[in-house]
Design a protein around this ligand. Structure first.
Ligand SMILES: Cc1ncc(COP(=O)(O)O)c(C=O)c1O
Length: 555
């Protein structure tokens, strides 16, 4: 009897070691070693991070700067504050009042700079983005100041404000007779479906209200048709705020059915090649600009930020391999083109990288200026029911799906696209490559510790000096008349109607801002400063904060 139990235990262990353990090992190897690759751990770390603030001299000299530099920084900061208060008093007052009532405004205003500095910034240099008008590539704030728009409206603005205004005007005219009647289809829907089928090279479409929802539906369909539970996303990628894919910091719900793997890495392919429980792999092609990292924002900019132009050929090869593995294992390959669609090429990343996906999500620009999400897919994956099992369905609805105004505005956008109204052929060639090269040449010629990288019209600014104050640069850019996203300098998004002269004006603004930042001493750093040393310093500050030895006064 004892021998039989022993044999059973032995066989089970051997079975585990033979089957499960290698799988487990392959999964561990495929996970990115950073916190971005370990969402659960990242959440735990985030919960324990203590708040502290740099106050008084520490605000200007937490890197050990000598008194003269501290003074220069203080004076520079005060000048910026005085100028901002004079330039945009109405915007600032308005933005402050919004914070009390608009939760999103309160959130973003607290996440523009690294948290130890945010109280000092909010007190003296509040930021406001209250926009009353747009014209060409510029926006006008509540005080009548015009600024170059490098926000790209979160990536929505590919064609330029004027084009969307025309889409909205004409779309509204065409939908007026129907009004907001929901539950039926405006006749334009068939045309949209056909244009989208052609664009995506896929069989069927569904309409949703946001990119987030299009992703939700893609994942739900993949699970329905494969009968599998797990999905894979890649470290750092954003696929909207649904907690089935937005795992880790920012979302409270554990999502054990969503695995986060290394982007553009052989180890992820090896892991996928051995699994039979993966329903779908989600790819956000824009990640090629910063694989395995979240979009670079100034709220977490605590040292140097290295950037380089993406190796798009290598990424295309990796995507092709991923395509093969997915085909072999019956995994649905989802391209999340909510951002990259229409921007990096008219046919999005599928066209740009030459790889076909099974399901593709679109959003942002596609609504012609209105909120939208669209899923395109192979017929076999898009079907929401089974002919032979009538109660086995894949449910998805939405009150405002296919809203007549959204459909007519989308049609205006798609017609422009169809007519070739989009200068996106070969995104990193053509004008953007030359423009970003010109920007980099200007930065080098002016000996500024800055560098830019890009994919098409999405540009990221890097910092070559490991200063603890690189995040300050956003304020100098704003003072020079650039309207930035709330996340700051990590993502400058240009619309495709930027002329050479417009882009040159932006280069001039960046260079002038760089000189001012340098003059005010923010790029001073102690000899031998590195990101690693900064990291150790910050860890020390956190330990002292936990022990109650750093100022923690409430904001
Ligand atoms: C790649 C990607 N997927 C999904 C989304 C979510 O789209 P939405 O904000 O419309 O919900 C975004 C938004 O930025 C995105 O960039």
């Amino acid at each position: 009897m004892i021998t039989e139990i022993g044999a059973l235990v032995g066989a089970t262990t051997a079975g585990y070691l033979g089957l499960k353990a290698p799988n487990r090992l392959r999964l561990s190897l495929a996970k990115h070693p950073s916190l971005a690759g370990h969402p659960r751990l990242a959440r735990r770390v985030a919960r324990r991070l203590p708040y502290y603030r740099h106050a008084g001299d520490a605000f200007f000299g937490c890197d050990g700067a000598p008194p003269a530099i501290v003074e220069r920084r203080r004076r520079g900061f005060e000048t910026l504050a005085v100028e901002a208060a004079q330039r945009c008093p109405r915007s600032i007052a308005y933005a402050r009042s919004l914070e009390a009532s608009v939760a999103d405004a309160a959130f973003i205003n607290r996440h523009r700079v690294p948290f130890p500095f945010r109280a000092g910034v909010r007190d003296a240099l509040p930021l406001a983005s209250i926009i009353e008008a747009t014209e060409g590539n510029r926006v006008r704030d509540a005080d009548g100041n015009w600024a170059w728009d490098v926000t790209g409206s979160y990536g929505m603005n590919v064609l330029g404000h004027e084009a969307y205004r025309a889409c909205l005007d004409r779309g509204a005219e065409r939908a007026r007779a129907v009004g907001p009647y929901l539950g039926g289809y405006h006749p334009v829907v068939a045309d949209n479906a056909e244009l989208l089928q052609r664009l995506a090279g896929l069989d069927a479409v569904s309409f949703h209200m946001s990119g987030t929802e299009a992703v939700m539906q893609a994942v739900r369909l993949a699970r329905y048709h494969t009968g599998r539970r797990r999905i894979v996303r890649f470290a750092g990628a954003y696929h909207g705020w649904w907690d089935g894919v937005q795992v880790g910091v920012g979302s409270q719900r554990p999502a054990p059915d969503c695995l986060t793997l290394r982007d553009a890495d052989e180890r992820s392919l090896r892991m996928l090649a051995k699994r039979r429980d993966i329903a779908a792999v989600l790819v956000s092609p824009l990640q090629v600009l910063h694989p395995n990292q979240a979009a670079p924002g100034d709220g977490t900019l605590v040292g140097a930020r290295a950037v380089s132009n993406p190796d798009t050929a290598a990424y295309a090869r990796w995507l092709a391999q991923l395509r093969s593995v997915c085909t072999e294992r019956g995994i649905a390959l989802i391209f999340d083109e909510v951002f990259s669609g229409f921007r990096i090429a008219a046919g999005g990343a599928q066209e740009y990288f030459g790889v076909a996906a099974d399901l593709v999500t679109y959003g942002k620009s596609l609504g012609g200026g209105l909120p939208v999400g669209v899923l395109c897919g192979r017929a076999s994956l898009m079907k929401r029911y089974r002919d032979d099992r009538p109660a086995d369905i894949c449910f998805a609805r939405g009150t405002f799906n296919a809203h007549p105004y959204v459909m007519t505005c989308m049609n205006e956008f798609l017609l422009r696209l169809d007519a070739g109204d989009l200068a996106t052929s070969g995104a990193d060639s053509g004008p953007w490559q030359a423009r970003v090269a010109r920007l980099n040449a200007a930065l080098t010629a002016n000996e500024l510790p800055l560098a830019a990288a890009h994919i098409g019209s999405v540009v990221t600014l890097g910092y070559t000096a490991p200063s603890r104050y690189n995040w300050m640069f956003q304020f100098y850019l704003r003072a020079q008349g650039l309207a930035l996203n709330w996340t700051g300098t990590g993502r400058l998004i240009f619309s495709h109607d930027y002329s050479e002269a417009d882009f040159n004006a932006v280069i001039d603004a960046i260079v002038d801002a760089g000189h001012a930042m340098h003059r005010d001493g923010w790029w001073w750093h102690p000899a031998g400063q590195t990101n690693r040393r900064i990291g150790r310093q910050i860890t020390g500050e956190m330990i002292r904060a936990r022990l109650g030895r750093e100022p923690r006064a409430a904001e």
